[in-house]
Design a protein around this ligand. Structure first.
Ligand code: AMO
Length: 435
């Protein structure tokens, strides 16, 4: 018997019952939409397991009750999309649907590139190549629902503080984080670049708002092949007028506590599916100076030059002493971008760490026109090419400070994943820009 693909004009959303709700409607008629996850024919009975994003249910068709429907159900390939209407009933400890109709809405051709039930494990490469199909695997689906919950929690935190959500351009004329790592685009025959961060724009906006935030994708042409770098990443940015880096570290600490309390509360179903408990919210986040960090590292037997970045073995030693959240503050000015407030050889800056992982960085900004121009010069950048930005600093720029936090890195912590690619729908790295 051939399979007829069903097409009718109805109000699908109105008549649809999600499977998680259908199992509560014992004795009632429901219409479900979903995928055939499994099919077993035992004697004269066809058992279909149907899944939608909310759950699973068994659909049972006895040959001697409805021969035509039994034949039809037996012929539908697994993973095809169906609309099923019938009576929900309790059968022993199980709830099942006894259907009076099954419409096939879309046929799945076999073999499928990955097993969307997740029972046969696929490599991360294969999963990414088949991202939409992989979303039917409950664990993977849960990751992206948690990501959406997290974004909502962060937004809510900022909005409750009275900060204004803004959108800055992603096509820009000059670098913000220094000249390296810029993607160039051909902008009607002239060079332009993809924004590495909203840095300069968010600073400018403190002329008009007490605080601004943005959650958006930014671009870095870094040939990093690590589990924590992407060429397109999502940054959570904040910039606050009349604030310094201590104020910002207080806000970020409060935000971290809020996220690590609210996300597990609202996402408990998803975390159950992942069988994972994120770290608890910290009581306080200790602040250690760069100088103290260097001392700890040297005491741990790693030779590190003052002024250098803290990574590799050095970071290992530090993370051993501080496995939880901690700030590294007062970095050498030479290691920070031109917009950071200088304090002699040091700067009013911080990185927020969780063990070995850098989650965020920020600081007080230089708001004085002359000092800012001097900083640009000292970083060997072209002062004139930043004039489009610095000129506003002549006209009443308030003191301000802020941070940028990597949402993708945060999501690896909240979901217990090792690789940043697992928490991004369509990750971009130096090798991959498809699909
Ligand atoms: P920074 O360059 O430290 O600071 O970036 C801020 C945070 O963004 C995340 N991040 C990345 N995540 C994944 N892949 C990448 N390639 C990548 N690059 C950065 C990290 C990092 O801590 N403008 C400043 C912030 C500020 O001062 O407000 C900035 O961009 O989690």
């Amino acid at each position: 018997m051939g399979i007829v693909i069903f097409r009718e004009v109805v109000n699908m959303l109105n008549e649809r019952t999600h499977i998680s709700k259908a199992i509560e409607k014992i004795g009632e008629k429901v219409t479900i939409y979903g995928w055939i996850e499994d099919k077993r024919i035992v004697g004269g009975v066809a058992f279909l397991t149907v899944r939608d994003p909310s759950g699973l249910i068994q659909v049972t068709i006895k040959k001697d009750m409805n021969r035509e429907l039994f034949m039809k159900a037996s012929a539908i390939p697994r993973q095809s999309v169906v609309k099923i209407g019938g009576l929900v009933r309790q059968f022993g400890s199980k709830v099942e649907i006894i259907p009076n109709f099954i419409h096939v809405l879309s046929i799945a051709k076999h073999p499928l590139p990955i097993d969307p039930t997740g029972r046969t494990e696929a490599s991360i490469h294969k999963l990414l190549q088949n991202r939409p199909l992989s979303l039917r695997i409950p664990e993977i689906n849960a990751i992206f629902r948690l990501r959406a919950i997290t974004k909502q929690v962060i937004r809510e935190f900022f909005i409750n503080k009275g900060f204004v959500e803004v959108d800055t351009p992603k096509i820009i004329a000059t670098a913000t984080e220094g000249g390296a790592n810029l993607f160039e685009v051909n902008y009607f025959g002239k060079p332009a670049y993809l924004a590495q961060s909203p840095q300069l724009y968010k600073e400018q906006l403190t002329m008009g708002f007490d605080g601004v935030f943005e959650i958006a994708q930014f671009y870095r042409a870094e040939k990093s092949h690590t589990r924590r770098h992407l060429t397109e990443f999502t940054s959570v940015d904040l910039e606050v007028a009349f604030a310094d880096y201590n104020d910002i570290m207080n806000i970020l600490e409060e935000m971290i506590k809020y996220i690590f309390t609210e996300v597990p509360r609202r996402g408990h179903k998803e975390l159950n599916i992942l069988n994972y408990t994120p770290p608890p919210p910290p009581d306080t986040i200790p602040r250690i100076t760069y100088n103290e960090a260097i001392e700890i590292i040297r005491e741990g037997g790693v030779d590190i030059k003052w002024g250098s970045d803290i990574d590799g073995e050095a970071l290992e030693v530090l993370a051993e002493k501080h496995p939880g959240f901690y700030y590294i503050i007062d970095w050498p000015w030479d290691s920070k971008p031109f917009y950071i407030m200088r304090k002699g050889d040091l700067s009013e800056s911080f990185d927020l760490m969780l063990g070995r992982l850098e989650l965020s960085s920020g600081g007080t900004r230089e708001h004085r026109y002359d000092h800012l121009r001097r900083n640009i010069k000292e970083k060997n950048l072209n002062v004139e090419s930043f004039e489009y930005h610095t000129r506003f600093y002549k006209f009443g720029m308030p003191p301000h400070a802020g941070f940028g936090l990597g949402l993708d890195r945060l999501m690896t912590i909240l979901t217990g994943r090792e690789n940043i690619r697992e928490v991004v729908l369509y990750p971009r790295d130096p090798e991959t820009i498809t699909p």
